[in-house]
Design a protein around this ligand. Sequence first.
Ligand code: MEV
Length: 425
Amino acid sequence: MNNKSSRIPGFYKKSLDERLRIVAEWAGLSEEEVNILRNLGNLPEKIADSMIENVIGGMTYPFAVAVNFRINARDYLVPMVIEETSVVAAASNAAKMLRRGDGIIARADKQYMIGQIHLVNVSAPRYKAMKIIERKDEILDHARQQDSTLIRLGGGPRDLEVRVVDTRIGPVIIVHLIVDVLDAMGANTVNTMAESIAPILEKITGGEARLRIISNNAIYRLARAWARASPEDVGGENIAKKIVEASILAEADPFRAVTHNKGIMNGIIAVALATAQDHRAIEAGAHAYAARTGQYKPLSFWELDEEGMLTGSIEIPLQIGIVGGATRVHPIAKIALKILGVKTARELAEVMAAVGLAQNLAALRALVHEGIQRGHMKLHARNLAIMAGATGELIDKIAERMIKEGRIRFDYAKKLLEEYLKGEK
Ligand code: MEV
């Protein structure tokens, strides 16, 4: 039985090394394990230690670049950070299929975020809602004063929406402050504004402001991407038809739609991680959007047009930023943005939507063609060969043997390597 206590007063006040020592002792980490964990990789200690609390080390994910992307008639190299094999290769592959003409076309809405204020204990809530709307300009003006930089750059509060919702604690007035956050993700600004107007709303309604926070249901911050491929581009008419069929199955079946969208998020979140976005916000918003009709639906669709071309489209809320937050603090995120060369959050959203669409095409194509496992297994086998110590030509030789013999295991990779090195095979 574990009788160790996790109650460690002042843990957060200790230095990184002190904290690491405590944890090492607690978990019985070896010297080697401590050293590996202590390695912060390409994140300077000062930054790591100030980004989150109780830091004891770092964890590095591979940073890759997807190639072949042509979006809005411009070529992009797309940074991706992810732990799953095949995603980057698949994105690059599908991007190649979608290069014709101007490539993938993508457009993002203005970057409007919603700040919410929930007012409880309000009498005559519908009447009070009118009074709020009546004073909209004054309220927006007050919110405007919270972020002079945003206003100077042309962003700021745009509108106010008021709803009355009946709940188990009685009617609640829910006010939405709509803010153009320009190139920021916007949470900080919108939260500050929501908090700042709450007292005014309390005064107008006689109620009490409870939650004053952004809504991650970013329905006014959609990004869309669409593209056309000839059936030959994707491997023939038969495959094109089956991709359309797979899209229809996702429309009809929420269980499939979730996996369909998971494939889209493989690409989008990989870019989000590389550029240090709040990927939980993106996920939460995307899935809420997928479920907006009451049934969970796919975020993308594949159809054949009148010329028999395969067309794909995606619509997804993307709450991302290129200024502020970790994006501007993490040195690798800054490099990722430089590789991308995006100038605005809107452009980044367009790239991400395009990546999601391509990622989805790659997944559907593999699923209706050779199945997903074959490609996965190939990479898995290669990884095992590399882990076993194989280099150069031996990597593929060993991987192919393991696949052919249906024995894709680390111990077998090691055995094969030994055999090859001894020159027995
Ligand atoms: C695996 O990470 C993603 C897929 O399952 C997506 C899909 O099924 O469309 C392949």
